[in-house]
Design a protein around this ligand. Structure first.
Ligand SMILES: Cc1ncc(COP(=O)(O)O)c(C=O)c1O
Length: 352
C-alpha cells in the first residue's frame, strides 16, 4: 500500500456484492417488481423533458417538489442524494470531525460505519439485546458520556427488521443533545415515520430511499427530510449536479405512481405474513419484521445456506458478526421466489 494512503482508509474493506447469477436474488432487499415495462411511456416522456447535453437541475427542483408533496412538507425540507448512501455520507460530513464520537446501535446497516470511519470519527457501537431490540438506556447514556455528535438510528432496522417504538425514539431525542439521523429506508413497509418530528426539530434528520418499496434501486435516489436550516447545511457538502438527469426523470415517474407502489407494498406485506404463517410451525426462529425482508436464525444454518446455494437463491449471511451467528436474511421476492424459500426451509428444518 502506498505510504500516502490514510491509515483509516487502508484498513477499510470495500463493499462486496455477490456477482453470482442467482435464479432469485434475495440478498439486497430490492423490489421483485421491475416496473419499467409498465412505466416506459411515462419514463420516455419525462426523459424528453431533459436536455442531456446540459447539466441537470442542480438541486433536483421538480423532483423535490414532488417528494415534498407526498411527505406533506415543502421542497425546502428536502435534499436528494445518489442513493441514501450519499445522504448518510453527507450527514456525516456535516457533523463529524476527526475524533468525534458517533453512536451506532448494532447490528445495523454497514454504511454508517464506513462513512464515519472515512470522516475520521470514532464509532461507539451499542449492542442491541439478544432479541435484537435496542438498548435505549445504553444509547442515551453513551451519547451523553461521549458527547456524541451524531446518532444513527435505523427504523426499521437492517438486517434485523426490528423497529424502535416512537416512545423510545422520543426518549432518545429528549435524553440527548446529539444530531439524530433516522434511516427510514424501509418506511413504506412499516408505515410509521419520524418525519413530522424532523420538520419541527433541528436535531432530527429522516432519510428515505426509492431503492426499496419504490422499486428503482437501479437509478440511485435517496433523500433527507429536515428543517430548512439543516437541509442548508447538507447542501454545503453536496456535489453540484449529484443527481443525473436520467435519475431525476425516472424518479419523477416513480413518485408520480406512488399509489401503485402502495398497492405493491401492501401485497408484499401480505406475502411477509404468508411466509411467517407457513414457516411458524418449523423449528426456526423468525425475527419479527417490519420490512421487505425477514431475518431467520437456525441451528441448521450450514445446511440451509448450502440448500439455498444449490437452489440458486441468493440470501445474505454475516460470517464476521457474532451477534448474527446462524442468521440468514432473505428479501421478499415474487410469489414463486417466496414459495421456493418456503420449500427450502421445509425441506431442511424439522417441525417443532
Ligand atoms: C437501512 C438502509 N439504509 C440505506 C440503504 C441504502 O439505500 P440506497 O439504495 O438508497 O443507497 C440501505 C440499502 O440496503 C439500507 O438497508
Amino acid at each position: 500500500m502506498n505510504k500516502n494512503v490514510r491509515t483509516k482508509i487502508a484498513n477499510l474493506v470495500p463493499y462486496k456484492v455477490s456477482t453470482t447469477n442467482y435464479r432469485w436474488t434475495l440478498n439486497a432487499n430490492e423490489s421483485p417488481a421491475n416496473l419499467f415495462d409498465v412505466w416506459q411511456e411515462e419514463i420516455l416522456a419525462e426523459l424528453k423533458k431533459e436536455s442531456i447535453n446540459l447539466y441537470p437541475s442542480a438541486n433536483s427542483d421538480e423532483l423535490r417538489e414532488m417528494l415534498a408533496k407526498i411527505n406533506n412538507c415543502s421542497a425546502d425540507n428536502i435534499v436528494c442524494g445518489n442513493g441514501s448512501d450519499e445522504i448518510i455520507k453527507m450527514i456525516t460530513e456535516v457533523y463529524v470531525d476527526q475524533g468525534d464520537k458517533v453512536i451506532i446501535p448494532t447490528p445495523t446497516f454497514s454504511e454508517y460505519f464506513t462513512s464515519v470511519t472515512v470522516a475520521g470519527g470514532e464509532i461507539v457501537p451499542i449492542e442491541s439485546k439478544a432479541d435484537f431490540t435496542f438498548d435505549i438506556d445504553a444509547i442515551i447514556d453513551s451519547a451523553n458520556q461521549n458527547q456524541a455528535k451524531l446518532i444513527f438510528l435505523c427504523v426499521p432496522n437492517n438486517p434485523t427488521g426490528c423497529a424502535m417504538s416512537q416512545q423510545d425514539i422520543d426518549r432518545i431525542i429528549l435524553g440527548t443533545e446529539s444530531i439524530i439521523a433516522i434511516d427510514e429506508a424501509y418506511f413504506e413497509f412499516y408505515g410509521k415515520t419520524s418525519a413530522p418530528i424532523a420538520l419541527k426539530n433541528q436535531r432530527i434528520i429522516v432519510m428515505r430511499t426509492l431503492s426499496k418499496a419504490f422499486g428503482v434501486a437501479g437509478i440511485r435516489l435517496g433523500y433527507a427530510i429536515a428543517q430548512p436550516e439543516t437541509i442548508d447545511l447538507i447542501q454545503r457538502v453536496r456535489m453540484p449536479y449529484n443527481i443525473s438527469a436520467l435519475t431525476q426523470a425516472v424518479a419523477r415517474v416513480a413518485v408520480k405512481n406512488s399509489e401503485q407502489i402502495q398497492q405493491l407494498t401492501q401485497w408484499m406485506i401480505e406475502e411477509r405474513n404468508r411466509m411467517i404463517d407457513e414457516l411458524s410451525t418449523l423449528n426456526l426462529e423468525i425475527i419479527e419484521s417490519h420490512t421487505n425482508f425477514i431475518l431467520y436464525r437456525s441451528e441448521k444454518f450450514e445446511k440451509l445456506v448450502n440448500a439455498f446455494e444449490s437452489e440458486r437463491i441468493g440470501v445474505r449471511i454475516y460470517p464476521l458478526n457474532p451477534m448474527l451467528k446462524n442468521c440468514i436474511r432473505i428479501s421478499l421476492g415474487t410469489k414463486e421466489a417466496n414459495d421456493a424459500v418456503i420449500a427450502v426451509f421445509k425441506e431442511v428444518v424439522n417441525n417443532v
